[in-house]
Design a protein around this ligand. Structure first.
Ligand code: SAM
Length: 402
């Protein structure tokens, strides 16, 4: 990626804005999508996809891009921008002999993520902070590999206790985890100007708070791999940088949800239940539109898989109760169940036109964060710190004082 991040951000925002009809429309909420009328070829092609082709496109982003590019103008350019972020080496150096024991308490994928993260984010200060550290696995590794003092911040007391116990058994005080809520003003007082704050997979408001703190304070450096962008208290996403003020792009919380939507891999039986739940929800959606005589989505609480035991009728009655919706006595249940099945099949196919925008949307959000830090006086870089199969949330912002 070129280092003119502002230009990249601007081009990305413009491309996303022009194609907003595709990524704003959610086929699991609406039976027909606004883009379909003007894109009849695309609509027909998607709706006629065979199951095996659909599966292939759902599971392989590059095939999906190739497939959709002839139909959606500018998609090629948008996605090549999104794939242009520097990829850190997939090779990790050998672990020193005395560190081989280290990963024994860390789940395998998390350990790999930590190793890649540490490689891609060199420590730039004498004291490091592990922001929202869980059991402090990253902090422990940083304390050992960088021979630094590390402060861990975590609000769940059980994780704080478990993390401090692990640290005490091998670090002699180099890592100390403090119980605190990072969203509270008082927590800022624990962080010193001159600290390098690391945040691996901090969710929505948690990483936004860190960004604001970095902008307000004289932190030495920040290394942030954001995740769960949608976990924010606000209804609407707000961009942070001044650069974003001149862009027309706006994002709703559901667009942030789009970013993190992955093809779910689960045992076959669990997947089948999930599918059935979605089909029934869509059947209920068709029913509630008719009953209310309002052709609009009605949000309903999610129900556990055990609610499948109620049968389709019981399931719909439960959802109707939750929304105080009076159902007529003569509902044709078979009809609505069949509608749900058909809508699920169509929605999976049409939804591909939304899902193809996941990475460009993510990049727009992350570039805004990076520009915000740059505007606050940091030198910045954006990298992919680990291979995507290890974590789909693999974007890393490094920001430091030059
Ligand atoms: C997704 S986990 C990431 C943990 C760790 N960084 C890792 O990569 O394994 C997010 C962590 O943030 C903690 N957390 C959530 N809200 C918090 C808050 N307001 N203040 C401090 N920690 C919080 C959670 O308890 C959890 O351990």
């Amino acid at each position: 990626m070129s280092h003119d991040y502002q230009l990249y951000f601007s081009r990305l925002c413009q491309g996303l804005y022009e194609q907003r009809e595709f990524w704003q429309a959610n086929a699991f909420r609406e039976p027909s999508l606004s883009w379909q009328a003007e894109n009849d070829d695309l609509s027909r092609a998607l709706l006629s996809l065979e199951e095996c082709d659909l599966l292939q496109l759902e599971n392989d982003v590059s095939s999906l891009l190739k497939y959709l590019s002839p139909y959606i103008s500018g998609l090629d350019e948008l996605s090549s921008m999104a794939s242009d972020v520097e990829i850190c080496s997939e090779q990790l150096p050998e672990l020193a002999q005395d560190m081989r024991f280290f990963p024994s308490h860390i789940p395998g994928r998390k350990w790999q993520q930590i190793r890649h993260f540490q490689q891609a984010a060199p420590a730039k200060a004498e004291r490091l902070v592990d922001w929202c550290c869980g059991k402090g696995h990253l902090g422990r590794f940083l304390a050992l590999s960088e021979s630094c003092q590390v402060l861990g911040l975590e609000w769940q007391q059980s994780l704080v206790d478990a993390g401090n116990e692990l640290a005490n058994s091998l670090l002699e005080g180099a890592l100390s985890i403090v119980p605190c809520d990072v969203l509270e003003e008082a927590t800022a007082g624990l962080i010193g100007d001159g600290d390098h704050v690391f945040a691996l997979h901090a969710c929505g408001d948690l990483h936004r708070r860190l960004l604001q703190l970095a902008a307000q304070r004289q932190l030495e450096a920040v290394s942030l791999a954001p995740c769960c962008y949608q976990k924010i208290s606000a209804e609407q996403h707000s961009f942070l940088s001044a650069a974003a003020e001149t862009e027309d792009l706006t994002l709703r919380r559901q667009d942030l949800h789009t970013i993190v939507q992955e093809t779910v891999t689960a045992p076959r039986a669990v997947q089948n239940k999930r599918i059935l739940l979605q089909q029934w929800r869509l059947g209920f959606d068709a029913l509630q539109r008719d009953v209310r005589a309002v052709d609009d989505y009605l949000s309903t609480p999610s129900l556990p898989q055990s609610s499948l035991q109620l049968g389709f009728e019981g399931f719909c009655r439960l959802l109707a109760d939750k929304r105080q919706l009076q159902l007529p006595v003569d509902v044709d249940w078979q009809h609505y169940q069949a509608l749900g099945l058909k809508r699920f099949s169509d929605a999976r196919r049409l939804d591909l036109a939304r899902l193809v925008f996941r990475r460009p949307l993510e990049l727009a959000v992350v570039l805004d964060q990076l520009l915000y830090l740059q505007e606050s006086g940091f030198a910045v870089e954006l990298r992919q710190f680990c291979p995507k199969p290890l974590s789909p949330r693999n974007l890393l912002i490094n920001a430091w004082r030059d």
